[in-house]
Ligand binder design. Structure first.
Ligand code: SF4
Length: 326
């Protein structure tokens, strides 16, 4: 495969084919830098050298009814995680101030559970109204499955974006979750877009899915109109359904990011959970296809820290940006 020709084709407005996407995932090690360079050419067109920082807030942790095999907060998980009920709007507002101090473009309010309770939704809406009165930070909510009415209420309160990951292909999804269906997730993605919210939707790599499943997900997210695509890499936690599964290699993680960039050229692409564990010393290379990271840790695991993230960004010639696009 001529990787430069592939990026030129995509920059000319054509769509990568499934065969090309699969070729990226199967590319040999000696072509890894050429693959990343092709993805970087596309990333640079739409996002320059900017890296947007997102800070996540676990506003309700654990005690979930669902059985997502990868998740420490799942009903069947015995992984040691903090469990607490919904935080107050005051607590969530304080988290936004801390995110603002870290120059985060976006603050993501996340709750565990299948779907938000009425009181939880009201708290998120109240927090969003107060945050928007005080500071310019963009807001994302990730509250599980939501109805059309709930999505509209979130939009009306000032939430800009809603996260709901499709996680993997429709074919593979029943292997990792039995308490809800892929179609439920697709429906939430649909009502989010219909409410005028931006859709953040991505996946988790390394759960045993095939390259075809990864490509299916990349095209499903394109079709769903995902504005933002977070890619997580499984860091298997003891006590979860995927305990003991091997981590992806750094090279495979980079190929996956390059493939998502080439299939979704102008969409925000974020390196999400498992960045440090999976990419190790090669994580800086992930900024060539991706233009966004979570900083200051994840839902239930710490990251390398904000200072190390900034040093990584600057050392490679990138910069923190306060806009989504270049
Ligand atoms: S991913 Fe969300 S819905 Fe699934 S078990 Fe974890 S907290 Fe529950």
């Amino acid at each position: 495969m001529n990787w430069q020709l592939l990026s030129a084709k995509i920059l000319a407005g054509e769509i990568a084919s499934r065969a090309e996407a699969l070729a990226v995932l199967a590319s040999p090690g000696e072509e890894l830098l050429a693959v990343l360079d092709a993805a970087f050419a596309v990333r640079r067109r739409y996002f320059g050298l900017g890296v947007s920082l997102h800070v996540i807030r676990n506003a309700k942790s654990g005690l979930c009814s669902e059985d997502c095999a990868y998740c420490s907060q799942a009903a069947k998980s015995t992984a040691p995680v903090s469990t607490y009920a919904m935080q107050s709007a005051d607590d969530i507002l304080q988290g936004a101030r801390e995110a603002q101090a870290l120059k985060a473009l976006r603050y993501c309010i996340v709750t565990s559970g299948r779907a938000p309770l009425e009181q939880e939704l009201n708290t998120v809406c109240e927090a969003a109204r107060r945050i928007k009165r005080d500071m310019p930070i963009q807001l994302c909510a990730s509250l599980g499955l939501v109805s059309a009415d709930q999505a509209r209420r979130l939009k009306h309160s000032g939430i800009d974006r809603f996260n709901h990951n499709l996680e993997t292909s429709e074919r593979y999804y029943p292997t990792i979750c039995t308490t809800h269906h892929y179609r439920d997730r697709m429906e939430t993605a649909r009502v989010v877009k219909a409410a005028g919210l931006e859709l953040c939707s991505g996946g988790l790599m390394g759960m045993g899915e095939t390259p075809e499943d990864r490509v299916d997900l990349a095209f499903a997210l394109r079709a769903a109109g995902a504005d933002s695509i977070p890619i997580n890499f499984l860091d298997p936690r003891p006590g979860t359904g995927l305990e003991g599964r091997p981590r992806l290699s750094p090279a495979d993680a980079l190929r996956i990011l390059a493939m998502f960039r080439l299939v979704n050229p102008e969409r925000e692409l974020r390196i999400a959970g498992g960045r440090e564990a999976c990419l190790g010393t090669m994580q800086v290379l992930a900024l060539y296809p991706a233009n966004s990271i979570f900083t200051n840790g994840y839902l239930t695991t710490p990251g390398q820290g904000h200072a190390a993230d900034l040093a990584m960004i600057v050392s490679a010639g990138f910069h923190v940006t306060d806009t989504t696009h270049a």
